[in-house]
Design a protein around this ligand. Sequence first.
Ligand code: NDP
Ligand code: HSE
Length: 395
Amino acid sequence: VREDSSLDFSTRYATASYSECLRVGGPLIQPKAVEFAERHGLKFTIARCCSQGGTLAGPVESRFESVDPAPAPISVVLGGLGTVGLGVFRWFKSLPDEFRIVGVLVKDLSKDRPEDVPLHLVTDSLDVLLEARPDLVIETIGGTGTAADLVHRARSAGCRVVSANKQLLAIEPELLKEASFGRDRLVASASVGGSVPALETVGGLVAREEIVTIKGILNGTCNFILDRVNAGVSFEAALSQAQELGLAEADPHLDISGLDCVYKLSLLATRAFGELVTVDRITCEGLDQITAERLQKAKDNDGELKLVASAWKTPNGIVARVGLEIILPHQLLFGCTKEANRLVIETEGHRQVVVNGKGAGRWPTTVSVVSDALLCRRAELSVGNIRESERAKAS
Ligand code: NDP
Ligand code: HSE
């Protein structure tokens, strides 16, 4: 606290003892957690989300350090302001120190927008949008028209890109490769599994061991419809509900036909097996193949009819398919309801890893997009820091 009673944010605890944490950190750190750490002699770091450093707490003396002023927010343009785009726009309002939205691209300028969207940011011109020279472009438009133009132009201009558009990423081999094997120039966690860390988990696992099979429920809309149909609701009514909930694609045929799952499987299998598993290598059956007999057969076996995406290694290469399957109670995919997604990954050592969560809808997807954006921001700042230190050395 400065002499004039204002707070001095340029100094912080570099280290803090357990007793200091308990004395000053009550509202910030759970006293029970500090006491637990003290009993076990554990060290931990306390840091604000996105901060470049933090306070090391543990069996140490308390010490202060001065810190550099916080870096400026990175500039972002947002393509799309629909189910996902508006979620991202709103979440970013709570992260003003990290992101500054400098433009939003929409299709129809005459549409009413929510009051919290400043209209001076909104444009229907890609040229105008990119004149803002953003650090980061977030694409939540969907499809392969304007979305593709935006992604390509952004990449050519050196911007980092976050995209939730599995269709675009899967059908363009260059993008598929970059989204699967690149690090932080094109990030697409939100394109598979909504809030489920599907691509991230596959990526983390494959760095350590060989993956032999991936199998999952990857389309929230289809899973939701199957659930409702099983409960006696008509297919059409179930689809309308999925659309009202913001789960379905703008063109729901992509969900129903199984194609959305094919795109997601292409991304997952490419990352899991280290080779391009393009969409033409994946066989596909969709919900149009549901029959009363198949539903009844599932019931008779105490099972559930599900749309399942699988890919596995064989001596002759990767086999990948999307199709309807009866899942029995002993199987790990059993009991995945509503718009949930679930992925089971099996490694060569017969280890099975399961990730599960909400697979579609505004907030589950927004969480994933924001997390990708934070990753890009960290990468952008570390490049900036390297440039700064090179400049300092040179001078
Ligand atoms: P929406 O249809 O709700 O929103 C699309 C937005 O993009 C709208 O704001 C629309 O503008 C804008 N847009 C569409 N076409 C153009 C164009 N030609 N030029 C400029 N802007 C355009 O889609 P979602 O938010 O549901 O999905 C967006 C992306 O996220 C898709 O790739 C989808 O696959 C993916 N995704 C969606 C999930 C979900 O649960 N909904 C989950 C995971 C990924 P306007 O407002 O003027 O119509
Ligand atoms: N339409 C997609 C689904 C959105 O229902 O799974 C999430 O990718």
